[in-house]
Structures are given as C-alpha cells and as structure tokens.
Design a protein around this ligand. Structure first.
Ligand SMILES: Nc1ncnc2c1ncn2[C@@H]1O[C@H](COP(=O)(O)OP(=O)(O)OP(=O)(O)O)[C@@H](O)[C@H]1O
Ligand SMILES: [Mg+2]
Length: 478
C-alpha cells in the first residue's frame, strides 16, 4: 500500500502553482489558445484547464480581488462523487504553497479509516493529526471553552447567549439576557479568585446564586434576578451535564477548558467534527463556538513575514490628509506589511447555511472577511438542502465565486433559478462529467473547467474506498 505520509502533494511546484507570466503576442495566442494567458490572470493556484478554449485555468481570489471579483468567498455545489472535495482539497493545498493558512471544518467521515476525509491531507501537509471533537470526550478528543479568556468580553457574552438560545430553541427575553450577562461576569470573577479558568458550568452556578449587589444595581430583588436566569441555568445544565447527570450534548466538547493540542498557526488546521451528530444541537453550537474562536484567535492581523502590524513602521502616503499605511519591519527585514491570507473551508455546509442562527453569525463573519484577508469556501450538495430564510439568502449573497458540478435536472433548474444564471446553463450542468464544473467568477461564467489532479493528490483525494471493489482491480505490486 502507498504510505500517504510519504507522499508530498506539493511537489513538483510547477504543477500546481503559477507565478505571473508574460506570454506571446496576441496573434499567436489567437492561433493557438493553449498558450494564451489564462482568463483570470496568471498568478494563483492552477485548477486545470478551460475545456472550450484549452487555456489553463488559474484561480486566486486574493490576486483577482478587485479585478472583477468583489470578494473572496466561494460556494461549491453538485451531486455526490462529482469532485467537490477533491477540488477544494487540491486548491487549498496549492494555495498553501503561496503562503496561505487554511482551516477546515471536516464533517464527513471516511468509514474505512474512522476519521474525517481531510485528515490524510492535513497530516501530509503538517504532520499533525486533526483536532477531533467527540461527544463524551476520550483520550484524543479536544475541547473548546466558550468562556476562554482568549474570547473578548462582548463577543463572549454574545456567544454564551447564542449557546443558551440554540439550546432553548428560542430567543432569551431582556430579563434573562441581563441575568446571563451578570452571571458571566460573576463566573469570571469567582473562577479568577479560585485561580482557574471559568467554564460554562460556572455560568450555570452563577445564574443559580446571584449576588445581592447585582440585583440591587438592576433594581431587582435577589429572588427576581434568580428567577430571571433560572431557565438559562437549566439549559446549560442540560447541555453540559451536572455531577449527577452525564448525558449533556456538549460534554467532552465545550464543557471544559480549551485543550487544543494543535498549533493554530499550522498551514492547515483540520477540525474533525465527524463524531458530532450532524444537524443536532451539539453540531450547531460547536460550529458557532469554533467560528467565534477562529475570529478571536486565528484571524488576528499578522503580516506574511509573521510579525504583528505594530512591529511595522507607518509610512505617510499623503501629506495633506496625513493618510498612512504600514511599511517595513526593519527587524524582520520585511519591506511592506502584507496581510496574511487565510482560507476557511466548510464541508457539508448545509447544516451551517441551513440554520438561521448560524447563517446570521456567519454572515457577519463573511461581511468582514475582506478586512481579515479571508476567503470562505462552502461545500453543499444542492441549494435545495438549504432553506430560503433571509439569513441564508444573505449568507449566500456573500459568495462571489460559484462552482457548480453536475446535478440532476430538477436540482440544476432550481440552482439556475436561485442563482439567476442564464437558462441554457441548466441543461449544461446536467451533462458535466466528474471533475468538470461550471464556474461563475464575479459576473463571468466559465462553462467547463476541468480540475486536474497530480498523482500524489489523487491518493489524498480518493474518497470512494467504501464503494470501489478494489479486489477486482490489479493487485498492488508489493
Ligand atoms: N478531477 C478529478 N479527476 C480525477 N478523479 C477525480 C477528480 N475529482 C474527483 N475525483 C475522484 O472522484 C471521487 C469523488 O470525488 P469527491 O470526493 O471530491 O466527490 P464529492 O463531490 O466531494 O462527493 P460527496 O458529495 O459525496 O462528498 C474521488 O475518489 C476522487 O479521487
Ligand atoms: Mg465531498
């Protein structure tokens, strides 16, 4: 058997990455299209080729940005087994060669390996195992603490409130919201006094034991304040369990101190969510917490040279207005501050886009993605998997690149209608072969882009192990 760890999917460089290139005269390009410059520019990750022109197809939301592409978010859709994950895996691996950092929310288990389908790629790129979440915990399971001091005050309050509301299935009223805010503050103070980090159970305890002074400050009696927050404390107990009850949905995932055994600065960080029941409350809450955690910890501004903005000199670019930009960092030898670019991949994103609370949380994230130098990629099967709620529509509108693999007729027609694509594309989409997709980049449609895989990448993208009848193929030479 081929040992996946010994394969380097990133070699040779010229197969997957292209630097800017200047080609022949326009006359010779017109005669022989394959030497014409790729339509989307020459810098970025090589995807493959455009079938109708034979030209190379190179895509990079960061290079093409502003030049017909208003934002870097993308959505990949199509029937199962058409090549959505293979494209996203090789594309992100190729972008890593250009210095990007990638985070993946991996929700699809490869049964024969008992791990997420991105685990092999992540390991081959970084040598590190995925961050695995297992309900109930376990020796290799990780935990993220929504009460972690790494999450700033206001965001933390919003996050804990979202958790309680998702658990409750409806919004908290003003009184309960206020009791929760006070309890979060008290939980921090009491845990600090005890010399430890607060966890969600401390918030539940603080809701059940409010301070007289907090009640007075709000013109409530202590009993009224207790009453305001009691329901929220029950929700947290149910989710995180208690000493007497170990059945909570979030036990082992979000109920303890953060235990991320993985470096968030790694080129690729894979969050393995395959053991968390899809569509359940635990998955919804976990994704909400990861999104906030990433925003607070992973997305902090940093230059491509690895140093903080404050370490770069300010350069005045307009003396009249005093406008400035970040220039060199003499200590690192970097000549100009360039925001590090990042890519976030959500596999099976229907359960994110299909949950209004998550879609609106994500919408905020997507809105600011440009400022963070972030490109988000969502992989779904069909748009019909996702409801038509205003939150979802708003999140979908944030995608400026849409990649459509083959679909059945009714799905293709629905997709074309919802995306406002020309009528002819519906029939065309039903005929696309595996590995070939229709790309919409900004306003431009590329009807047939063939994704090409190198040999090493084929091993890392193979996802059909459970279906393929390998005994009928020629035996391994070993
Ligand atoms: N461009 C390609 N060239 C050759 N093989 C490919 C290509 N794209 C995908 N494949 C192969 O097709 C199989 C299915 O691909 P992939 O896992 O990407 O499908 P998918 O669309 O993500 O399916 P699902 O929706 O079930 O997750 C994989 O084994 C992969 O190796
Ligand atoms: Mg897939």
């Amino acid at each position: 058997m081929t040992d996946l760890l010994t394969l380097n999917p990133l070699t040779p460089l010229h197969e997957t990455v292209r630097r800017p290139l200047y080609t022949e005269t326009t006359t010779s390009q017109a005669l022989y299209l394959p030497i014409a410059p790729p339509t989307l520019g020459t810098a970025g990750a090589v995807i493959g080729r455009e079938l109708y022109s034979g030209k190379a197809f190179i895509y990079c939301p960061f290079s093409a940005f502003g030049d017909g592409l208003p934002g870097g978010n993308a959505i990949v859709m199509g029937d199962t087994g058409r090549g959505k994950s293979a494209l996203t895996k090789t594309y992100t691996a190729r972008q890593i060669r250009l210095g990007r950092k990638v985070v993946v929310l991996d929700t699809k288990e490869q049964k024969e390996r008992e791990e997420g389908e991105w685990a092999a790629l992540g390991r081959s790129l970084t040598g590190k195992a995925p961050i695995k979440f297992t309900p109930g915990g376990g020796c290799d399971a990780s935990c993220i603490n929504p009460m972690d001091p790494a999450i700033a005050g206001k965001r933390q309050i919003e996050l804990v409130r979202t958790i309680v509301e998702l658990g409750l299935g409806r919004a908290l009223d003003e009184f309960a919201g206020s009791a929760l805010r006070l309890a979060i503050r008290r939980a921090h103070q009491r845990a600090n006094d005890a010399g430890r980090t607060p966890v969600l159970a401390d918030v539940a305890a603080a809701l059940r034991a409010p301070e007289e002074s907090d009640a007075t400050a709000k013109q409530r009696t202590r009993d009224e304040l207790l009453n305001d927050g009691l329901e929220a404390s029950y929700v947290l107990d149910r989710l995180c369990g208690t000493d007497q009850d170990a059945t909570g949905d979030l036990i082992g995932i979000l109920d303890g101190p953060t235990s991320l055994g993985v470096d968030l600065d790694a080129d690729m960080v894979v969050f393995d969510l395959t053991k968390v029941p899809s569509g359940g409350v635990a998955m919804t809450i976990l994704v909400a917490v990861i999104a906030v955690f990433l925003e607070e910890v992973w997305l902090r501004p940093v230059c491509e040279c690895g140093t903080e903005p404050s370490q770069h000199e300010r350069q005045i670019v307009d003396v009249n207005s005093g406008a400035w930009e970040l220039g060199p960092n003499p200590e690192s030898g970097c000549r100009r501050y360039t925001q590090r670019k990042r890519i976030l991949v959500c596999e099976e994103a229907w359960h994110i886009l299909g949950t209004p609370q998550l879609a609106s949380l994500l919408e905020k994230f997507l809105k600011f993605a440009r400022g963070y130098g972030l490109s988000c990629i969502f992989i779904v099967h069909h748009l019909s998997d996702i409801d038509d709620s205003p939150e979802t529509q708003a999140a979908l509108k944030m995608a400026d690149t849409i990649i459509v693999y083959s679909m059945k007729k009714s799905e293709a027609e629905d997709t074309v209608r919802r995306l406002g694509l020309p009528g002819w594309t519906a029939e065309h989409i039903t005929r696309l072969r595996r590995g070939i997709a229709l790309w919409v980049v900004g306003e431009v449609i590329y009807p047939g882009v063939q994704h090409l895989l190198t040999e090493a990448e084929q091993h890392l993208c193979f996802s059909s192990g459970s279906m393929a009848d390998l005994t009928n193929t020629s035996p391994d030479p070993e």
